[in-house]
Design a protein around this ligand. Structure first.
Ligand SMILES: [Ca+2]
Ligand SMILES: [Ca+2]
Ligand SMILES: [Ca+2]
Length: 282
């Protein structure tokens, strides 16, 4: 086989591998496809090694428990406000997100009654704007769930950067809900409203899931490292991970060039094209 043909085949096989990966995760609110379990063991929180997730980078687990006076950092609220685990997975087409929380999607947003509803996913590309400028948001609730917004104006919680209760000067590094922005894409998103138990060692805790798939085209023009952040509207408990769009998916420019490269190589080696076709079919 010519070296050129080997390269073409490698490219085709690479694309095939990505196409297969795309079907691993299904947005249905069930996290079996992430390798997560409900066995009442600490290992329930560990994702399938085949996904290649890295603790502290593409997933984080911070399962707490207890009643409403339990400290969650920076606020209180116990299991009902526990942000428990956040996982992100990237393939060549989508950003997948899985979140486990004790916060029911039905939680009323009524600060006067000390009740706060779910926040939205906030995304901060490190190489764009100032640190903590969360350029993108993904709606998690309501008829617009899965909607992706750019240049978002954010609402914030009730704690300042020093962790003191101070709603008038809430920490801008922990955005809560999208106030406004430019709607750029529609992802798919499920926030389950029937709780389950027996995930992790706190076996009686009731958990809810947010699972989403966002087309990477939503982030056109953005690349590099980025944070995916989630909290509820009081920002009493926070989860954030730090994946990298450049390292984990092909550059859009490379994808665009690949078909042209294939055309060029095939044209140069036209006489070998029959043999190439046979190779590809095998
Ligand atoms: Ca799933
Ligand atoms: Ca918990
Ligand atoms: Ca927590």
């Amino acid at each position: 086989m010519h070296t050129t043909h080997a390269l073409i085949l490698a490219g085709l096989l690479g694309l095939t591998a990505h196409a297969t990966q795309a079907s691993i995760l299904t947005v249905d609110g069930n996290l079996n496809d992430w390798g997560l379990h409900r066995n009442g063991q600490a290992s329930d929180w560990l994702p399938d090694p085949a996904l290649g997730l890295v603790h502290g980078k593409t997933y984080i687990v911070e399962d707490q428990t207890g009643g409403s006076n339990t400290y969650l950092n920076p606020g209180y609220g116990g299991q009902a406000y526990d942000a428990e685990a956040l996982y992100v997975y990237l393939n060549s087409t989508h950003l997948y997100i899985a979140l486990v929380t004790g916060l029911s999607p039905q939680t009323a947003n009524n600060p006067a009654q000390n009740s706060y509803g779910p926040g939205d996913f906030a995304i901060d590309f490190h190489d764009h704007g100032t640190a903590g400028s969360f350029e993108f948001g993904i709606q998690t609730t309501g008829p617009d769930a899965g909607g992706v917004y750019r240049n978002v104006a954010w609402d914030y919680g009730i704690w300042d950067a020093a962790g003191n209760h101070n709603p008038a000067h809430a920490d801008p590094l922990h955005p809560t809900s999208i106030l406004s922005g430019e709607r750029v894409a529609q992802g798919s998103l499920v926030y389950t409203d029937i709780p389950f138990t027996h995930m992790g060692i706190h076996r009686n805790d009731r958990h809810y899931v947010i699972e989403a798939a966002i087309p990477l085209s939503a982030f056109a023009g953005y690349s590099g490292g980025f944070d995916v952040h989630w909290t509820m509207n009081c920002a009493n408990d926070i989860l954030s991970v730090d994946p990298d769009l450049t390292a984990m998916v092909p550059e859009p420019a490379s994808l665009a060039l690949l078909p042209l490269g294939l055309v060029g190589m095939v044209a140069l080696h036209r006489r070998g094209s029959d043999r190439l076709n046979r190779d590809v079919r095998q």
